[in-house]
Ligand binder design. Structure first.
Ligand code: AMP
Ligand code: ZN
Ligand code: FE
Ligand code: FE
Length: 280
């Protein structure tokens, strides 16, 4: 048994503003119930949880830094980039979120058109109903609508058969580059972290990312085995990068991944907190 750290910071989770099922307030409560000391909500391409959530966390004694998970593309491959500690007053992050929202509206439309051609019609209204509070509507919502309409048994199956990368109803949409995403995060004085590096397509892509001005790597992720954590920690140290981590909690749509199942300790959290305090 490993001792549970006194101080645990989970820096990767999603609220209902993207594809999570809990509200930001519920995420704070869940974090406190699980004994976490610090949290960052990292919605896909959205900072709608901020700034209100910052005061709510502070009132309850939970340390919180700003966060977001941007979808980017490089060489036709998906790259998720976590932005932390940025100033939420700075317009650049919000502007990129708006750009993503426009990109998604047209891409979702194209995916629905593909599905209709495959005799699996889903109306705009039906997709909106599934997505409820989300400002970031994406494939996870389309997959859920497909399950509800009986086109697939599960979200996994919807991805595997129809909307996963390269599948029949997949549409890449207008990609936003890694470089533009890094520039945006840095303009807002934030820190840019390579999310779940093990999900990148190959080492060639990872090594290309290492040449760009990233600030950190997500070395502790979800239910990573110890050896996997150590591998990424070593790479981060060797490259002078910050070590970050979190659960990627989504709530009821990913029940096997509880909030706080991955975290960083106080020493690793300190530089992210310091940067946040400079920008507040
Ligand atoms: P999007 O941003 O609309 O392209 O959707 C990407 C999101 O879909 C990812 O962040 C994952 O949460 C989810 N996703 C991607 N591939 C799969 C899959 N094979 N099964 C279930 N969820 C997936
Ligand atoms: Zn997600
Ligand atoms: Fe991700
Ligand atoms: Fe995530």
């Amino acid at each position: 048994m490993f001792p549970i750290e006194d101080f645990r910071a989970d820096l990767h989770c999603h609220s209902f503003f993207s594809d999570g099922t809990l509200s930001p307030q519920q995420l704070i409560n869940e974090a406190l119930n699980r004994g976490l000391s610090a949290l960052s909500i990292t919605d896909h391409d959205s900072i709608e949880a901020y700034p209100e959530v910052l005061n709510k966390a502070e009132e309850k004694g939970l340390s919180m830094i700003t966060g977001v998970e941007f979808s980017a593309m490089m060489d036709g491959c998906s790259v998720h980039i976590l932005g932390y500690s940025f100033s939420h007053q700075h317009p650049s992050i919000k502007n990129l979120c708006t750009k993503h929202s426009l990109r998604r509206t047209s891409r979702n439309q194209q995916i629905l058109e593909q599905l209709a051609k495959l005799q699996m019609p889903i109306s705009d209204a039906e997709l909106k109903e599934v997505a409820k509070n989300s400002s970031t509507i994406g494939r996870p919502h389309i997959a859920l609508a497909m399950v509800q309409k009986g086109y697939a048994e599960s979200i996994q199956e919807a991805f595997r058969k129809f909307i996963g990368d390269g599948k029949k109803a997949f549409v890449a949409g207008n990609p936003i580059s890694v470089e533009e995403t890094l520039e945006t995060i840095h303009e807002a004085k934030g820190l840019a972290v390579i999310a779940h590096p093990h999900l990148l397509k190959n080492w060639e892509l990872f090594n290309k990312l290492l040449k760009l001005p990233f600030d950190g790597i997500e070395c502790f992720y979800s239910q990573f085995p110890l050896a996997e954590q150590q591998k990424w920690e070593e790479i981060a140290k060797k490259n002078g990068l910050l070590i970050s981590g979190g659960s990627d909690f989504h709530g009821a749509t990913k029940p096997q991944t509880p909030l706080g199942c991955s975290y960083i300790n106080e020493r690793l959290f300190q530089p992210l907190l310091d940067r946040y305090k400079e920008n507040r």
